[in-house]
Design a protein around this ligand. Sequence first.
Ligand code: KG4
Ligand code: ZN
Length: 336
Amino acid sequence: MNVLGIETSCDECSAAVVADGNRILSNVIATQIELHRPFDGVVPELASRLHTQWISQVVQAALMQAGLTKEDIDAVAVTNRPGLLGSLLVGVNFAKGLAASLDIPLIGIDHIRAHLYAPQIEHPLEYPYLGVLLSGGHTVICRVDSYDSVEVLGTTIDDAIGEAFDKVAKHYGLGYPGGVMIDRLAQNGDPMAFRFSGPDLSKGYHPYDLSYSGLKTAVINQLDMFSTGKPATPENIAASFQRVAVGMLMKNVDKALKDTGLKRISAGGGVAANSLVRSSLKKYEEQGCEVSFPSLKLCTDNGAMVAGLGYRYLKDGIVSGMDLSASARVAAFKKA
Ligand code: KG4
Ligand code: ZN
């Protein structure tokens, strides 16, 4: 069974063909990063226009690299939520047209479930596991019981972790995408140069919720208040910010692992590429946990995770109608 996966939820225009849910025949990712760089962030209107221009060629390239024609495709899976509405609509409408013209099933895919499914493609991880989704738009700690069953334990109550990385980098002119630059600069900085701290969410929030807005504001507007007298170099700011951003995440991951008794962890999303996130999570292997990261290409937005997850739904006979719509909003996941 060959499933074509289409992903256009943000600034990556991607299409992939995955056979039988686990053989990636192609995974073409046309990134718009360079075109958004002058603005130090994703411009939604520009993103949707570029998707419109690129989608047809990206899908053709995915078929060609897979050595297939469109007649060899058994179903089309497409991200339909959450994300930038204009961008999502480009993928959804393209997928609908293709599925209708080939008379094959259409499958709408939730972007968060797709990120959480990504590790299953390369190194299948037994369910259940603790899923840690860290991206520019989402920060979710959850229990993953199956490809479709996700119980959210905690989310950010304001900014996503990647957004905080990007905004801090933008303010200090560190480059774009900000997360990558901060990760790089932090390697040569003193993480204790600034004594930022995490928020106190002990009252009124779920026990695993996170908040990044206060930390972001502190790093951007209140640097002096947290100074230890060390120089305010990009390296020191990056390392000090990263220590706290990742530290507060790890505190909640730790709590979630203890409370749920889960022994497997998988992280996904662009910030799962962060070296401190990876080394911090890897330490759980010493406690007998199985820790899995999708390869970097499957951490960031890609069509393969969409096609892979699409196959699972297809096998279970769960497909979408031609009335499939796009939504910017996160679906309601059960919250513990
Ligand atoms: O998953 P993704 O490609 O797109 C969304 O769904 O948002 O994640 C993009 C985010 C950006 O905020 C980017 O700065 C961040 O991932 N990122 C990183 C690293 N690489 C990408 N953040 C920290 N460290 C990195 N090495
Ligand atoms: Zn994503």
